[in-house]
Structure formats: C-alpha cells, structure tokens
Ligand binder design. Structure first.
Ligand SMILES: [Zn+2]
Length: 743
C-alpha cells in the first residue's frame, strides 16, 4: 500500500503542486494526540489528514452565538470520541469578529467570537479543526457596493436567493470568490490557523451571465456564453472546459493563500463524486489530500448502498487518502426539512454502509440548539463502536478483485440530454446485481486505466461506457492481454472520447463483434432464447440457474451486431420485438433469426463478456431476477478464480474486504428488506446464519484469531481449501469478521 500511495503522489506531483505539497510536507500531527498514539504508530508519516477517524460537523445558524450550550456540545464530542470538527467560520454569515469589508457578521455575534471559542475548545481536546465557509450568497450591501459580484441569469437579471429573499446569489467565477472569499480565507487562517478550510456551495448556483463570466469566457474561447446545455454546441463545449479550468484555478488560489499562512493546512473543495459529477474527479483526486463527501443521506427510492458507492467513487481517484462521509441526521428530502431528525435506523444504516467501504464517519447538524435530540445516542453508538475497533478500521487496501468503471466523459458528451438514464442507470443496475451476487468490488475512474491503477483487479466491468478514446481502448485491451477480464454492455466503445459516434466498436476485436450500423430502442416485447452449446450439448456457465427457462426477457435497447467468427455459438439468441397488442397477435413473427444476445470469448489469458443490449439499465428499471443471474454469472465466469471473500446465507448484504497492518476484515452490511414499498427504513430485520470464507494473505502470515467486531466475541475458524471459514450466527445491521495475523 505504501508503494501505491507513493506512486499515486508521484503521478500527482507534476500537475498540481499546491495542495499535494500540503500532503507531502505534512506536519507531524498538529493537535495534541496523546490518545491516538496507536493510530499514529500504525500510520507513520502521513500528517494530520490521516489522523482523525471520526468527524463532527456542527454548523451554526445566525442566532446561535450566545444562545446555545457550548459545554453540552463539547461534552458530546468528547463522549463520542470525535477527533476532528468541521465548524462554521464565515462567508455568507461570519461567526467571528471579522475585519474584512462587507463580510456580514451574525446579528447575534455582538462582541463574541463564536467560531474562535468553539474552535479553540476543540483544539484543547486534541481535535483537528476545519473551518467551514459558504460562498454562495450575500446581502444587499454587497450588491450595492459591487453589483458585478452577483450571479446574473440568462435574461441579464441578478438573482435573488430562491429561499431567503434577504440574500442574493453570488457569481462563483468572478471577484466575489477570487478576491472577497480569498480575503475571508486569509483572515480565518491568520486569526485561527485551522487545519484546513472547506467551502460549501463554492462552485456556483448554475450558469452565470455576469460581465466577468462573459468577458473571461470570451477571452478564453473567442465566443459568447452558451445559451444551451447541449454539448454539441461549440460554445457549450468550450464552456465545459473553461468552467472546469476556472474552478480548479479558484481551488489553487485559495490553497496558495492558505498555505502561504500555514504550509501544513490546505483548502478542501466540496465536490460530487461519480459519473455525473461536474468537477473532473481525476484532477480533484490529485488536488485533495482529504475529501469530505457530501452525499448526506438517501431520499425517495435511493438504494441504501449509495453511501458505499460514494466512498468507492472518491477512492477511485484519491487512492487511500482519507475520505470523510457526512451523514445528515435530518431528512434529506426535496421539501428541505433541514432542521429535522430522521429515524435512528436510517442514520445508522447510512453511516455503517459508508464505514464498510472505508468512509470515516461524520455527522452533520445545522443549528446548535437541537429541538429533537433522538439522534444523539444513535450517532454515539456507531462512533463508540468505531473508536473501540479503530485498529480494524484503518484499512490499507481493498482486497476486491472486481472493478466497475465509471466515465465522466461518457456522461458529459454521450449522456446529454439525460445522463442519469443513459449513463448512471446502467451503473446502478450493475451495482445492484453485484450486491445481490455478494461480489466485493471497487469503482474505477476511466481516466485511470493504467496498469498501476487496475492491476489489483482481475475483472473490469464496463456498464455502457460509451465514450472511450483509442488510448483507453488500448489500455483495456492490454489489461485483457495481461490476463484480465472484462464484462461490457450495450454501446460501450461505440463513441470516441468527445462523444462522436464510431462506425465500429473501439473494442470490436476484444468483443469478437462488429457493429452493423443500427441501435434500436426503446423496444417492447423482445426476448432471448436460452440455448445449449450444440457442440457439447451443455449449457454455458453464463446460464447457471436459467437452464429451465427456455426464454427470458430482453432489454429495451439493443445494438445490432454480428459475430466476427461466424462459427461462434451464443448461449442467448435474440427474439426480435413483436406486437404486444391485440393479445391475439402476441406471437413471434421471426423464428429463424439467430442474432447473438451475448458474446463470450477467451482472449489470450483473459476472458471477455459482451452484452449487445442494455441489460444493466433494464435491470435497474425492472429488477428481474433473470437479469441479476446473468450479470452475476458473467462476472463469475470472466473472473475465473476463487473470490477473496465468499458469504453464504440468506439475505441481501453489501460486503467488502480489507487488509490492515496486522489483520484482514470482512464487512457484512445487512440490507435485507429495509422497507416493503419505499426507501426509508422501518426496522432492521436480522438475517440468519452466514458462512464467511476469507482468502488468507499471500505473505504467508498465519491467522491467529477470528473475532466478530459487532457481536464482540471471538469465534472458531477453520481452513478449508485455502480459505479461512468462520460462521456468523446472525447479522442485525452490521457485522465485521476480523482475522488477526501473526505479527
Ligand atoms: Zn459570473
């Protein structure tokens, strides 16, 4: 791990000196760390960023100063073993005696220093402190003094804050951020020396047509600002590049200002994470020694594994640099009950799924005068457990052998106008299938396909990764040549990196398939015949569990293809669409068509599966069990090796497996039946006995003890065909099997 961390930093160094410098020259732990000796001994030389394991975000509201109980919060932070705090300093409302002109002070602040008081108290406890600022809104006096600092809409009007009419929205890309917020950050650094500054809503509130944006964009591109979001529009294409560049420039300006005052501190940007993220996560990963992930809870029908997905997405570009997963104690709904408290099981589920995938847990609460205190013991229980088991949670590397690729360029250039459905839904479908199949996996950024990033994997999954450059296609081919496997779907590699359609798959040779020029869909009432191999008289392992089906449903979109090898047998044959009404007409018209529904190849030492249809997207929409089986079987056949972790038993589990300094862990998060109809959980339903098999390390160290970290008991273990086997009698929400290794 240390090696790959060094490699990661080395690659990063050339491109973005500023924030990385903060990491490479990181100071020894800044806050007092007596209670964390063990943690530090386990992680030498990684500076303060890697020290805190549990974070508390307490954000003031304007009337908090003088009206809240500081001692209560400090006692709580201490009780839950929080070792870092994210605290409100300034920006749209200042909670300290600022001297920056036009920096609005809380009307309740008086002669107090609310930020300074709580920050220094946290420091005295040995906590790291990150100052939070907010850059998205300002008052009328800013408008009057600097009307050019405000956001302007496409009609040329300045934009009032949609929620609080006392505020105006600011322009993210002009002097408000570059000058005013820089002055705020310098003042906060000079007065308080926090360990970092984190900014909420720093990247703007949408397209801005202010004079600075118009002028700067024209200087960059020679064009006027776009009036459409269509990426095929030349101005919008340029805008997407300029917008990124400007935001990263802003990060660098703030980071330099901070590090000029304290070289051990840095700026931390608030950024998304996955394929739909606006900010290029590869660049973000190079800049950030630490991420604070802002997907705070789920809403509507969001899957409960989304916390873990977010952790994996950050890790894909940040390596093992720490990522903090914020959990909101409130209901995160479009109706914005921002001062609410959701039920305790829901809070625990979100936090624990993040922890299972290496997020460092954080709670976030706005308003220091809590109306509803039911969440306090819930967070305390999880944090307490986390503290007691910290040495098993300082992960050094994931042992997963499967990586799922996501592609921001596919979302940007191919996804329009509906990237959620065209790009994210296939990912969500495949993700759900891997959860059901209990296959541990990581996420992989398509900008990081070099061997040093992907050699830990046996199999890469390409869920409709449509836009790929020739270089990326070559990287994927090299991965297979070196013994890796791929499972790809639908339009993967049918477009170049800029979203221009190709006449042939970039991966045609690997797929063993040629594009015949047509993509059909949406199609109704199409099927796939399940076929034996005529040469062997047997069903392919892809069809395990479907041998008696005869025919299963197809997806809703298909790429027309032909096999490069005419003698190829496909275990699935397409039954083209036929009328679904009148009912008397529901019978297949074409009976002698043998279009392949899947391509399976052994390519050199590797294996390739290609589904020329939207199996993953359709699975996300319909969740049919047949598609779940196909996706599972495809990954198992392609991977063709014993898994690092097998968990046998009933229920839906989100699993992961990790190596620490002297132990291996397997997390089991019980997602079984959280709620019959919709998302929010009602009660945790324990699942019955699970048999867990973990592959011991290859370095020859013996396993000396097996322990269940949630039950808190030692358990017997045995070694069966090269795997360590442990029985877990029941899982409520979470269990961790920990194997201690000979030291
Ligand atoms: Zn602007």
């Amino acid at each position: 791990m240390q090696n790959s961390r060094r490699n990661f930093l080395k690659q990063a160094a050339g491109l973005s000196a500023v924030c990385i410098a903060g990491l490479e020259n990181a100071a020894p732990v800044k806050a007092s760390a007596q209670s964390h000796d063990e943690a530090i001994a386990n992680n030498p030389g990684t500076g303060w960023y890697d020290r805190p394991m549990r974070w508390a975000q307490l954000s003031f509201v304007e009337d908090d100063p003088g009206n809240y109980d500081l001692a209560f919060w400090l006692d709580y932070f201490k009780r839950i073993h929080a070792d870092a705090a994210l605290l409100d300093a300034g920006g749209c409302v200042a909670f300290y005696p600022t001297q920056v002109p036009l920096h609005y002070r809380s009307k309740w602040l008086g002669k107090m220093d609310a930020f300074g008081e709580i920050a220094s108290a946290c420091r005295n406890f040995g906590m790291n402190v990150v100052a939070r600022t907010d850059a998205h809104a300002c008052h009328q006096d800013v408008y009057d003094a600097h009307p050019d600092w405000l956001m302007v809409d496409d009609n040329g009007n300045k934009v009032r804050h949609p929620s609080d009419k006392d505020f105006w929205l600011t322009c993210a890309l002009g002097p408000y951020n570059f000058d005013f917020m820089t002055a705020v950050h310098k003042e906060v650094m000079t007065m308080y020396k926090p360990d970092a500054i984190f900014t909420n809503r720093w990247a703007g509130s949408g397209m801005c047509y202010c004079e600075h944006c118009r002028e700067n964009f024209h200087r960059f591109s020679g064009l006027d600002l776009p009036r459409t979001r269509d990426p095929h529009d030349p101005s919008q294409r340029q805008y997407m590049a300029w917008h990124q560049q400007r935001l990263f420039e802003l990060c660098r300006v703030w980071n330099s200002a901070i590090q000029a005052i304290d070289p051990h501190a840095c700026y931390i940007a608030n950024a998304g994470g996955g394929a739909l993220s606006e900010l290029d996560m590869k660049t973000f990963g190079r800049l950030a020694p630490l991420a604070i992930a802002d997907r705070q809870s789920r809403r509507g029908l969001m899957a409960p594994w989304m916390a873990g997905k977010s952790a994996k997405e950050y890790r894909s570009t940040m390596g093992m640099n720490p990522a903090v997963g914020l959990t909101s104690v409130g209901i995160d709904d479009k109706n914005r009950w921002k001062d609410s408290v959701q039920n305790g099981d829901e809070i625990s589920l979100w936090m624990v799924d993040g922890i299972a995938h290496n997020f460092r847990p954080a709670f976030t609460k706005f308003n220091a005068k809590p109306f509803d205190k039911r969440w306090f013991p819930v967070v305390e229980m999880t944090f307490d457990w986390h503290h007691a088991n910290e040495r098993y949670l300082r992960n050094r590397r994931s042992l997963a052998r499967v990586g799922m690729v996501f592609s921001q360029q596919t979302a940007a250039w191919y996804g329009w106008p509906d990237p959620a459905s065209r790009v994210e839904d296939p990912i969500l479908g495949f993700y759900q299938a891997l959860i059901e199949a209990r296959i541990p996996f990581e996420m992989v950024h398509d900008g990081l396909l070099e061997p040093e990033h992907v050699s830990q994997f046996r199999t890469l999954i390409l869920p409709n990764i449509a836009a790929l450059s020739n270089r990326q296609c070559e990287q994927i081919s090299a991965f297979v040549r070196d013994g890796g496997a791929i499972v790809a779907t639908h339009e993967t590699s049918l477009f170049d990196e800029g979203g221009q359609p190709r006449t042939e798959f970039g991966l045609a040779e690997l797929f063993g398939a040629s594009f015949t020029g047509k993509v059909e869909g949406p199609i109704l009432n199409s099927y796939l015949n399940v076929k034996k191999d005529p040469r062997t008289g047997a069903y392919h392992p892809l069809l395990a569990g479907l041998e008696d089906a005869g025919r299963i449903i197809n997806g809703t979109h298909r790429v027309h293809v032909e096999a490069r090898d005419p003698s190829m047998h496909s275990p699935l044959e397409v039954v083209p669409t036929y009328p679904d009404l009148p009912m008397e007409e529901v019978f297949p018209r074409v009976t002698d068509m043998h279009d392949p529904g899947v391509f399976l190849r052994e390519a050199g030492r590797g294996r390739v599966v290609y589904f020329p249809w939207d199996i993953d997207r359709t699975f996300w929409e319909v969740l049919t069990l047949d598609h779940s089986k196909l996706l599972r079987n495809a990954v198992l056949w392609a991977t063709n090796e014993p898994a690092p972790l097998e968990v046998e038993g009933k229920g839906i589990l989100d699993i992961s497996t990790w190596m620490q300094k002297n132990s291996i862990t397997a997390h089991l998060v019980n997602l079984t039946n959280p709620m019959m109809l919709k998302g929010p959980i009602r009660e945790i339903i324990p699942i019955s006995r699970q048999v867990v098999r973990i592959r011991p390390p290859k370095d020859g160290r013996r396993v000396t003890r097996a322990r269940l970290l949630v039950s808190g008991t030692d358990v017997p273990f045995s070694e069966e065909s090269g795997m360590i086997e442990v029985e877990v009698p029941t899982v409520e929400l979470h269990e961790v099997v920990a194997l201690d290794l000979q030291v």
